[in-house]
Ligand binder design. Sequence first.
Ligand code: ADP
Ligand code: ZN
Ligand code: MG
Length: 466
Amino acid sequence: MTWEPVIGLEIHIHLKTRTKMFCRCEVAYSEPENTRTCPVCLAHPGSLPVPNAKAVEWTIKLGLALGCRIAERAVFHRKNYFYPDNPKGYQISQYDEPLCVDGRLVVPGPDGEPEVGIVRAHLEEDAAKNVHTGSAQGRIAGASATLVDFNRAGTPLVEIVTRPDLRSADDARRFLQLLRQTVVELGISDAEMEKGSLRFDVNVSIRPQGSDELRTRTELKNLNSFAFAAKAIQREVERQTGIYEAGGEVEQETLHFEPGTESAPPLRSKEEAQDYRYFPEPDLVPLQPPAELVERVRAELPELPGARIMRLAAELDPDTATDLVTSGRDALFERVPGDRRAVANVLMNQFAAAGVDAAAVDPEEFGKLIEARSRIPRERLIEALAASGTPGFLADDYLGDGLMADTSELEPIVDRILEANSGQVEAYRGGKEGLLGFFVGQVMRETQGKADPKVVNELLREKLST
Ligand code: ADP
Ligand code: ZN
Ligand code: MG
């Protein structure tokens, strides 16, 4: 029997508004603990929340980018729970009348362009941050104390819930990449996982291929990168397959991943049925976004990265297109002349390896570089890029017939480099032939990339073998 994965995601993003969701404290990440607080976000009695208009507008913007319907009336609810990160004893969130509903995001992949339904995108506030001290890696286990930093309390947070429409770990990864790039380009969040401004949970079940039942799911939490999430989903699909094939039943549970431990088996804990006793927030009136506001925001939407991925996927492939767009290198890609595949490869391989800033690159010069690529070994290209920060140093003469190919000119340089690196020369002669690249690199650096690599290679081999 073939099993089909069924995956749904819940994503939280911080909005990068200047101030918090219901007070005028600054949104801060690296300020000293508990210095960005006030009576509202510390839940002093008698303090009252005032919604951040920018956060509302940006949530509408995201909703529109995700093809959602913007509710004419959205209601804030209190979600009640006790925890030290939550001084009010409840979180202000949205419940059965969220701001954005019923959207979709098309995620181009190798097997077509699956459309992922968006159940809702709603606005809420983040909790404070618990800091566990006295234990390894800041984990709660073995900690001697837990301190609370209220700077994060009240940071505007959008929660996006998808339908269980994803059918593979890679589709889930591509969805997350695209969603992240979308919020970044909308200018509403920096969506950085390391910073905690993007977090997500993954729900996974499987079912016999062809069936449309929804079986018991497990929830994977604390995944710390998209690539790791894809691996974890894959592993979870295999685990569930094993259970069904052995005649068992999958239990509903939450699998917690400890940050930073990629190989350790997850800790398991039973999902608790929780009663949050939601009720409408009595201190806030319902949001009723005016139609003119919604239309203005809609008119201001830029071309979305999903559309660009779709366009580029047609000439490349979905993964390269996704990587180009989500790394922000697609703008340069589109301006560089020459073979599409070659340009994309250099951008995604050499550029990434050398840490080249795409914004600093001259597309015309870069196009020439690609053309010259057949004559320049890959390693040289990486070095040249790394050394210059931009391929603009490649003057016309270098790309034309300006290469230094004259041995009488190159020999003294080669000699000097071999002399200065006698240790490596010995190692090379002792069998470490991989060091040839190192010597070539030194010559290229010395000649600012102008030496003919073929001649340099020949010279080096000759001298090193004697
Ligand atoms: P709950 O109300 O328990 O939070 P939801 O219906 O809101 O459950 O779904 C939460 C998330 O779980 C959504 O992203 C949804 O797509 C996903 N999900 C729901 N059922 C399944 C399932 N059987 N398999 C995989 N994912 C699921
Ligand atoms: Zn405050
Ligand atoms: Mg839910």
